[in-house]
Design a protein around this ligand. Structure first.
Ligand SMILES: CSC[C@@H](O)[C@@H](O)C(=O)COP(=O)(O)O
Length: 339
């Protein structure tokens, strides 16, 4: 996929509106922090590393807005915006990480104009670094994919979930760039369909063979021997397991039963060893994402709905975590996993 998922442009933070894909490819420019928070909550921009970049650019935007106000309230105003950005989505740790990377430097610079300049420079560097990290993840992971393999993935851990290239899809892209023949099964990823709308769109644009299935078909394809390997991304890697899009745990359990390798691809910024999976706030989203389909009611009004956006997979089910520094494997005692 050409270009970046999220960028800075005169007047605000530019992004591809991912809610419109694959039907429409449109850019949005968020000129206020409030609008950027809405974009994050609506999943116009989404995916853990892209949220990290959004958090960083969000602080640059907060600084540029605060500069128009009084210099006396600059730092206070940026801190308030930082709190709003940080809490826009609670589970992907990269969002708060991206905010904090830039905020810390802004708070140490007394001069508002210099702080705003610094914030933008740091956010741009973080976006560049994210792409470089994804390419490293890709080159470390490409070796695990055998030539001719069929790889199953869930949700979208591609270029659209990062600055560019992707984590799980970055590994697949790197294997293809190495000359391997790889085909992908993209689980549709109910209820917001990141797999069928985004992963399939990205891979088709790159001419990487991709087939979409409903999530509940994955186990049957594994039973039939049609899946060689699973690679997914992550939203937060705790000291005892990891969060990724709801449905990931189901694939990991099924993969273990069928003895299929199950890998996770993620950068260091997704690691949060300070927490156990039990301590993480798991985002619960609106009822209507599940209870309506294309405007048609699919659940009786008096029946409650649970709509967790993520689930936790214990390390016991994970064959390895592919990072920018190599692949972490059992017994998962790597320094990045120690509190
Ligand atoms: C490289 S992105 C990894 C994860 O962020 C991805 O798999 C995922 O779960 C995204 O969820 P989303 O709700 O679309 O932000």
């Amino acid at each position: 996929m050409e270009g970046r998922t999220i960028w800075w442009e005169e007047g605000g933070v530019g992004l591809i509106d991912q809610t419109l894909l694959p039907g429409r490819y449109e850019h949005v420019v968020c000129t206020t922090v409030r609008r950027l928070v809405v974009a994050i909550q609506r999943l116009e921009v989404r995916g853990a590393p892209a949220l990290g970049v959004a958090g960083a650019y969000g602080i640059a935007l907060a600084c540029s807005m605060a500069l128009q106000e009084s210099p006396d309230t600059f730092h206070q105003s940026v801190q308030q915006d930082a709190a709003a950005l940080r809490s826009a989505r609670p589970t992907a740790v990269n969002l708060a990480w991206g905010v904090d990377q830039v905020l810390a430097a802004v708070m140490e610079e007394d001069n508002p104009a210099a702080a705003a300049h610094l914030a933008l420079r740091l956010a741009e560097a973080l976006a560049d670094e994210d792409e470089a990290i994804c390419r490293l993840i890709g080159s470390h992971g490409a070796g695990i994919i055998p030539d001719g393999a069929t790889v199953l993935t869930h949700c979208n851990a591609g270029a659209l979930a990062c600055s560019a290239w992707g984590t799980a899809l970055g590994v697949i892209r790197s294997a293809v760039a190495d000359g391997k023949d790889v085909s992908v099964i993209s689980c549709e990823t109910r209820p917001l369909l990141q797999g069928s709308r985004l992963t399939a769109w990205e891979l088709a644009r790159d001419a990487i063979p991709v087939t979409t299935i409903i999530d509940s078909q994955a186990a049957y394809l594994m039973q039939k021997g049609e899946v060689d390997l699973i690679i997914v991304g992550a939203d937060r890697i705790c000291r005892d397991g990891l969060f990724n899009k709801i449905g990931t745990y189901m694939h990991a359990v099924t993969a273990r039963y069928h003895q299929i390798p199950f890998y996770v691809a993620a950068p260091k910024s997704t690691f949060d060893p300070s927490r156990s999976v039990l301590d993480v706030i798991v985002e619960e989203r609106e009822r209507d994402e599940v209870a309506a389909f294309c405007g048609v009611r699919t659940v009786p009004d008096d029946v409650p709905v649970r709509n967790y956006a993520f689930d936790a997979t214990p390390f016991d089910l994970v064959s390895g975590i592919i990072t920018e520094e190599g692949i972490i494997t059992r017994p998962y005692e790597h320094p990045w996993l120690v509190p």
